[in-house]
Design a protein around this ligand. Structure first.
Ligand code: ADP
Ligand code: MG
Length: 613
């Protein structure tokens, strides 16, 4: 059986087992399964937000509470239909998440998780202190759900609704992760700069993910309210949030299925403990918390991947998707950008200045790059070359000066906007997502060439565009000789090959201007030759290239013009021959390098490799 069929068969078995479960189980077990389903919805949001997106939330139960109280209030106080309650609950949860996200998601490091505790606590406190929400006694007599002629009053009739919602939520989430938006979500961990460089706004992606996770919690809250037909503040406090996080961690933060497994694990264990602990001691209720804390610590120490992490290691390769061998020729290629006519001004840097505190890294540098040129930026280590690149690409804000791209002033424009105009870059210190495949890393580069959003992805309305993006990515991988490894993880590549992969990612953006920071560092002689050939070919196709490189042999043979920097300032500018002949350059920097063509570049490479590692 093929891996994909095996995967489908497994899903089929799980669905069938869930479908017949109520016929075989008693009421208590069915209720427990309902709770597991509801917990899994919240945990699913946390797998996405925390496991995939890297933002830890200790406040997820608050969103469950907002939705539960919203529908409770609307259906009891105003007698509205629970289905109207669903819309109201999701709207309120979404707006609350948007507001909280806008306020807190820019916080870095530990401040974000800490802030989730703060708003988690305050929302739970709010429920207990509002008269219209019944204060600490809560709200009762919430009407049951009706689906057509059926009234879902008991656990058995709720069961199918709960698990249908869980199933659809899993499917939606799975689809999202396989999409353009999903790639951006998966790339969130590891910083915003890479996303910006491919034209994606990391903050917006994170905000969208945060709202999506909150809406999953909101769905859970709505189901909870109409299943229990009673709400009170305590199931939505921070302790509950921690329990949801525990589910996600126990199941496996990296796996959607981890949400189901984790929810089952935690709730079954909790039930067991509630039966067992009172027999051992009078203080059973308090010990339960201790037992869970111990479990949490053990998991974090021994099994970061959770239960599904073990399962994945054990079944490695057996359920992997089938690798694509070649780009799908039947899909229409993504449209290409029109390139400017040879010789037209592409980039103009005018009096660029960058200060880091007291240090002037770039000091009043001006230069131009014209269409179809390869321009080299050279100079000793610390001359300010990478900083110059960061100014051109909007990765760093300029202290003073101006940058024009295709005649347009792009000074102060955000990184992702500049990327979208047609500047693609690589980084001196390689920025890849090691846990993503080569194909996904390169497809990330084509992010700005697609438009499908979260909804389209979840509903699989993005398949045509997604096929186009994957075909474009595979084409770039093939062009750089990496097509055969498309499904390996980027982290498994040696550093030199990672640089090549970055170039493939930059090319996938269909750039007007390609900005390469030390692309040949760490490459072997043959690879360097292939790279130089590729860059010449790109130039022939009309792509403009700005390159920083320490290997003088490589640079001198490749570029049309050189700009030499030293100590933040521009020293000279001219053809390789003119620069080579310039005595100022020779004394300042090149003298030794130009003559000793093999030995020194090797040292420079070793140096940059050491810095990158
Ligand atoms: P190059 O790429 O030419 O080797 P860089 O542009 O990386 O040089 O660095 C130029 C100078 O700016 C160096 O002295 C470096 O230490 C400093 N620098 C670079 N980035 C930063 C930063 N983010 N904060 C402070 N100083 C920096
Ligand atoms: Mg540098």
């Amino acid at each position: 059986m093929k891996a994909r069929h095996r995967q489908l068969a497994l899903v089929g078995v799980v669905v069938a087992a869930l479908a017949i479960a109520p016929a075989l189980l008693g009421n208590f077990a069915v209720s427990l399964l309902n709770d597991i389903g509801i917990g899994a919805l919240v945990a699913l949001g946390l797998v996405l937000l925390t496991g995939v997106g890297g933002a830890t939330s200790f406040g997820q139960a608050a969103f469950v509470g907002i939705a539960a109280y919203a529908t409770a209030w609307l259906t009891t106080v105003h007698g509205a239909s629970p289905w109207l309650g669903l819309l109201f609950a999701l709207a309120l949860t979404g707006v609350a998440a948007l507001a909280i996200g806008l306020l807190t998601l820019r916080l870095g490091g530990h401040f974000l998780p800490l802030s989730t505790i703060a708003w988690g606590l305050s929302i739970a406190l709010l429920f207990g202190n509002m008269d219209s929400l019944g204060r600490h006694t809560g709200m009762s007599n919430i009407p049951p759900l009706h689906v057509g002629p059926w009234s879902l009053v008991d656990a058995r009739s709720m069961y199918y609704l709960v698990w249908t919602v869980v199933g659809l939520a899993c499917l939606f989430s799975y689809n999202v992760l396989q999409s353009r938006t999903g790639r951006a979500i998966r790339a969130l961990r590891g910083g915003a700069i890479l996303l910006g460089s491919v034209g994606a706004d990391a903050f917006r992606v994170r905000l969208m993910l945060f709202v999506m996770a909150a809406l999953l919690a909101g769905l859970a809250g709505w189901l909870y309210a109409h299943m229990n037909r009673f709400v009170s503040p305590s199931p939505f406090d921070v302790r509950a949030s921690i329990e949801y996080l525990l589910m996600a961690v126990a199941g496996g933060l990296g796996y959607l299925s981890g949400a189901l497994v984790g929810s089952a694990l935690v709730l079954i264990l909790k039930n067991g403990l509630q039966d067992l602990l009172p027999q051992l001691t009078q203080r059973g209720g308090q010990l339960e918390g201790v037992a869970f804390a111990i479990l949490f610590i053990v998991l974090l120490h021994q099994a970061r991947g959770g239960l599904m992490g073990f399962v994945a290691r054990w079944t490695r390769g057996r359920f992997a998707p089938p690798p694509e061998a070649a780009p799908d020729q039947s899909v229409e290629p993504l449209p290409h950008r029109g390139l400017p006519a040879t010789g037209a001004p592409v980039l103009a840097v005018k009096g660029a200045v960058k200060r880091f505190g007291g240090l002037i890294a770039v000091n009043d540098v001006s230069f131009e790059v014209r269409a179809g040129e390869i321009v080299g930026l050279i100079g000793p280590n610390g001359a300010g070359k990478s900083t110059m690149f960061n100014l051109v690409t909007g990765t760093l804000a300029m202290t003073a000066g101006r940058v024009e791209f295709l005649g347009r002033d792009i000074t102060g424009l955000a990184q992702q906007h500049i990327a979208r105009l047609g500047i693609a870059r690589t980084f001196q210190h390689v920025k890849l997502r090691p846990h993503m495949s080569l194909l996904d890393n390169v497809a990330l580069g084509a992010h700005a060439r697609g438009r499908a959003g979260l909804m389209a992805a979840g509903l699989r309305l993005d398949r045509r565009e997604e096929a186009q993006i994957r075909a474009a990515a595979l084409r770039e991988l093939a062009r750089l000789g990496l097509a055969g490894r498309a499904h390996e993880l980027a982290g498994s590549l040696p550093l030199g090959t990672q640089r090549i992969l970055e170039i493939a990612r930059a090319l996938a953006a269909d750039p007007v201007l390609l900005v390469l920071d030390e692309p040949a560092a760490g490459l072997r002689r043959k690879e360097k030759k292939a790279l130089a050939e590729l860059l010449r070919k790109l130039r022939a196709e009309g792509v403009t290239i700005l390159i920083v490189e320490h290997d003088m042999d490589f640079v001198m043979k490749l570029v049309d013009r050189l700009v030499v920097m030293t100590f933040g300032s521009k020293l000279v500018e001219g053809t390789p021959a003119a620069v080579r002949a310039n005595t100022e350059v020779q004394t300042a920097y090149l003298g030794s390098v130009v003559e000793a063509d093999a030995a020194v570049p090797a040292a420079a490479q070793a140096d940059s490799v050491a810095r990158a590692a």
